[in-house]
Design a protein around this ligand. Structure first.
Ligand code: ATP
Ligand code: MG
Length: 573
């Protein structure tokens, strides 16, 4: 591709609206143009990378027997009523009406449509397992679209859906996809981790997210430094201590704690450690207020509480709400709590020999509280795990914390859709059974953004070669000189003939500008053609990643370039 004929207007300045690096760099390298909030045109330089990610995905999915199809992005409400999601999906679903007033939505995901396809096509156990996938534009009306392609409203996703006869074969389909995902993200040249994730209400134990490690990631993930255990922090298990089983030292003592409401204020006033104090948090489910207790120095894991309660939503209540249910904000505790509250206690709290809790009365706390003084409560693990915690799986390991960008997820749906939508097959005995399903997503455009979040420096992008828009950029410093034009042209042709994708900067510009521009674009290898070097029969070869520069003989520069690309993992097809 000749730069003079290409559509690639780079920007020197960082646009103000962009806060994360991938968004900034995508705007500066003319990869995306915003059309409306969270909706972007993918410009030519971006499309080349998107197509490469898609190609890797297709190859790896085809390899494990998945079959590609392409479903409509506009979907009738009727189907969503069958699964119950027309009501439950909420505002992320973009709904619309056609001229006959029939209701439709723009697909945020395709469980309904694919289940409809399969229930109409499949009859027998002999036709299973089946795994169908597509790569398609999705729309989710996100509350806060932001960070460019990281959280758009319109984005490209690969979604796959597996259908099996039973849980056991569904597991096999699941792990096949898990392995395929590992190969996909490895081949994209990314540093990533598969982690255990929360499956909400439907999924049982089975879901993994794939995270690209990058400081800007929205998720915290924890992984063991000794074994394979890794989990999203919302899902991460905690090794809990046993409850304190010794006798009580004393009866709870009521002490005056005027205006001491926070853990810090109470611990300072009473001269105890925050770890001896008990923190109370008030939540509300759809049906009832819930009081949760954790150690004063810990953070509550809302996902754990939500799962313990078996509810889809939880709301943290404020002081006004607390008063309404009879609590005294700042002085809430497990003793003498008002009726009608369900009490949940983290095991660590019960491991404290003598704790400090709110007295459920203004300006007062109890000290010397023994686990036996807690009444009418349920125990469940509620505190969030953190770096330095012992691994919940192995005996030696310690958890380390990372920031991650979720680029993919594999999920066991079981029979949620096949039952509600009646997708069944006949087994060997001729009995009708619901198919057991899994679903598997990869955010294609988010993967591209994550690649940039992970691979950049102050000068610009550093593309992993496998998903780089071009492999090599030729910089001509003396456009118009016959000698330089001739040599660059020859090398351009020769590399192209060998399957190397080359961006040939044949524009007239100052060398300093061209170097900066090439660094910004981040193409893995730069070949520099200038009069001075060429007089000695030399071309400069620079690796964008390491910054390493060397002069190579013109006659050898094609072979040298190809060798360097191979070293970085270039796969030529
Ligand atoms: P998130 O938790 O980030 O909102 P999700 O868990 O709702 O994502 P899934 O339904 O698992 O997303 O979708 C599969 C994949 O699609 C995600 O792993 C992610 O890579 C991508 N994706 C989801 N939402 C967006 C978005 N708004 N913009 C870009 N990619 C997205
Ligand atoms: Mg997800």
């Amino acid at each position: 591709m000749r730069r003079s004929k290409y559509l690639l207007n780079t920007l020197k300045e960082t646009p103000k609206e962009a806060v994360v690096i991938s968004h900034q760099l995508m705007l500066r390298t003319c990869m995306i143009k915003q059309l409306a909030s969270g909706i972007y045109t993918y410009m030519p330089f971006a499309v080349r990378s998107i197509r490469k990610i898609e190609r890797i995905i297709r190859q790896e999915l085809d390899r494990v027997g998945c079959i590609e199809l392409l479903m409509p992005s506009v979907q009738p409400a009727d189907l969503w009523n069958e699964s119950g999601r027309w009501k439950n999906y909420g505002k992320e679903l973009l709904r619309m009406k056609d001229r006959k007033e029939n209701e439709f939505c723009y697909g945020p995901t395709h469980e309904e449509v694919v289940t409809d396809v399969v229930r109409r096509e499949l009859r027998s156990y002999k036709e299973l397992p089946l795994n169908l996938y597509q790569i398609q534009t999705k729309f989710r009306d996100e509350v806060r679209p932001r960070f460019g392609l990281m959280r758009g409203r319109e984005f490209i996703m690969k979604d796959a859906y597996s259908f099996d006869v039973d849980e056991e074969t569904c597991d096999a389909s699941y792990w096949l996809m898990y392995e395929a995902y590992k190969r996909i993200f490895s081949r994209c040249g990314l540093n990533f981790r598969p982690v255990e994730a929360d499956s909400g209400l439907i999924g049982g134990d089975y879901t993994h997210e794939f995270h690209v490690l990058a400081n800007s990631g929205e998720d915290e993930i924890l992984s063991c430094n000794q074994c394979d255990y890794a989990a999203n922090v919302e899902r991460c298990e905690v090794r809990q201590p046993a409850a304190f089983s010794g006798p009580e030292l004393d009866k709870p003592r009521r002490v005056a704690t005027p205006d001491a409401k926070t853990i810090e204020e109470v611990s300072n006033l009473l001269g105890v450690q925050p770890s001896q104090c008990v923190k109370a948090l008030l939540y509300k489910t759809e049906n009832e207020p819930v009081l949760a207790f954790i150690r004063g120095d810990r953070t509550l894991n809302e996902t754990a509480l939500r799962n313990a309660l078996g509810v889809p939503e939880l709301e943290l209540l404020n002081e006004g709400d607390a008063r309404e249910v009879g609590l005294v904000p700042g002085f809430v505790g497990p003793i003498n709590a008002p009726d009608g509250l369900s009490l949940w206690v983290d095991p660590e709290v019960l491991a404290i020999e003598a704790s400090v809790v709110g007295a459920n009365a203004p300006d007062a706390h109890f000290t010397h509280v023994h686990p036996s003084h807690f009444a009418n409560y349920q125990v469940t693990s509620l505190r969030q795990a953190f770096a330095g915690d012992p691994c919940p799986r192995c005996d030696e390991g310690v958890l380390a914390s990372w920031r991650g960008i979720e680029v993919g997820q594999v999920f066991k749906l079981k029979t949620k859709y096949s039952e509600s939508m009646n997708a069944s097959y006949l087994d060997e005995q001729g009995h009708s059974k619901p198919m057991v399903m899994g679903c598997y997503g990869i955010g294609v455009t988010r993967t591209m953004a994550a690649a940039i979040e992970q691979n950049h420096d102050d000068a610009g992008i550093i593309w992993p070669v496998q998903i780089a828009p071009f492999h090599v950029t030729l910089l001509s410093l003396d456009v118009g000189s016959d000698e330089v034009d001739g040599a660059a042209e020859t090398v351009y042709q020769a590399l192209t003939d060998r399957g190397v994708e080359v961006l040939y900067d044949d524009t007239k510009g100052r060398p300093g500008f061209k170097f900066k521009d090439a660094d910004l674009l981040g193409i893995p290898i730069q070949l520099v053609f200038g009069k001075r070097s060429l007089n000695q029969g030399l071309v400069d070869l620079k690796m964008r990643g390491t910054g390493e520069k060397r002069s190579v003989a013109l006659a050898e520069c094609v072979d040298e370039t190809i060798a360097a690309l191979r070293q970085q993992g270039w796969e030529h097809h």
